[in-house]
Design a protein around this ligand. Structure first.
Ligand code: BDP
Length: 329
């Protein structure tokens, strides 16, 4: 490139920075962030909030643009793109990491958490930090955990009141071998598939149903095609905000610290948004005529999960993590 052209581009670039600083529009460095959920969903709003914090704390140098509604693709693909540095930030469930990062399996095990509070205690403590750190070997930087409530089964066929009722039914799961085994252990059949394909798969009868939390059951519209929802709450899977290590390495250590802190500071805001959205979605879905089975004996569900633990918690490291989670009060 000629010196003149280089100079010309530099002038253009700095003109753009001045213009953006004046208009308050885009920051100098706009991090591209992916989310499968629609605009307004708690995870999307939390990352936007983090972007606001970042812009304030860097005086407009760094911001975030959230590409919601799976504009950049389905989770499994966007995870790869984040590893390659094509996407800077990604808010995803831990489920699709289960086959890649073994530590994520432990906190994705069915019934590993006694409650959302228990999950918060674990993820906010040393075990959470260990799991965040495990991402770096996979070209990702784990920044913060978000809430994903608890996930339960829904289907288009009949109200499920016991493990027996699930026999032979077909459910979509996230792309994680452990979730395939989880459904198998309940006597049903699992089909791993991208989130965006679930609605039509239920509608056309390829599957009988899926499993998710209230806000996703709502925003995906799945309740329109699968109105039987059984609150067996088999999973409390944390969600995570990751950054591409490639994008991370381009930041100064000071900016890295600001990014990490802004991510952490978005968590309490996210939890508030989440709690409010869970209530709103539940009300909306009940009003829409969904048949909710709420009083269900979870003991047989919990007992059925033993083979999943036996198959997936094999190393001493994972066994120790499970024991430490169970011992967390
Ligand atoms: C939602 C998670 C989202 C997952 C989706 C799924 O927030 O990250 O993609 O479930 O089931 O609850 O795939």
């Amino acid at each position: 490139m000629s010196i003149l052209r280089k100079f010309g581009l530099a002038v253009l670039a700095s003109a753009a920075i001045v213009a953006s600083a004046v208009s308050g529009q885009a920051a100098e460095l706009m991090l591209r962030s992916s989310d499968t959920h629609p605009d307004g969903y708690p995870t999307v709003e939390a990352v936007k909030y983090m972007g606001k914090l970042l812009e304030e704390r860097t005086k407009g140098r760094i911001g975030i643009e959230v590409f919601h509604s799976a504009q950049l693709g389905e989770e499994k693909d966007t995870i790869e793109q984040t590893q390659f540095g094509v996407i800077d930030l990604n808010r995803v469930s831990l489920g699709p990491f289960n086959n890649i990062i073994e530590e994520t399996q432990v906190v994705s095990l069915p019934y590993i958490f006694r409650s959302v509070d228990h999950m918060h205690k674990v993820m906010d403590g040393p075990i959470g930090d260990e799991i965040l750190a495990a991402f770096e070997a996979h070209d990702l930087i784990g920044l913060a955990f978000y809430d994903g409530g608890s996930r339960s089964f829904y289907n288009s066929e009949k109200p499920i009141k016991s493990v027996d009722d699930l026999k032979g039914m077909k459910f979509r799961v996230m792309q994680s071998d452990m979730f395939v085994d989880m459904v198998g252990a309940l006597g049903a059949n699992a089909t791993p598939m991208p989130y965006g394909e679930v609605y039509s798969a239920i509608q056309t009868g390829v599957i009988d149903g899926a499993e998710n939390n209230w806000p996703s059951y709502d925003s995906s519209g799945h309740f329109e095609v699968a109105k039987y929802y059984t609150l067996d709450e088999h999973l409390i899977v944390p969600e995570i905000l990751v950054m591409s290590k490639k994008s991370w390495d381009k930041l100064s250590p000071e900016d890295q610290a600001v990014v990490r802190q802004a991510a952490k500071d978005s968590v309490p805001h996210m939890r508030e948004l989440w709690a409010a959205q869970e209530k709103k979605s539940e009300e909306k879905i009940r009003a829409a005529g969904a048949e909710v089975v709420a009083d269900i004996d979870k003991t047989p569900f919990i007992e059925a999960m033993k083979p999943v633990y036996e198959k997936h918690v094999t190393s001493e490291k994972l066994k120790d993590m499970v024991a430490r989670i169970q011992a967390t009060k």
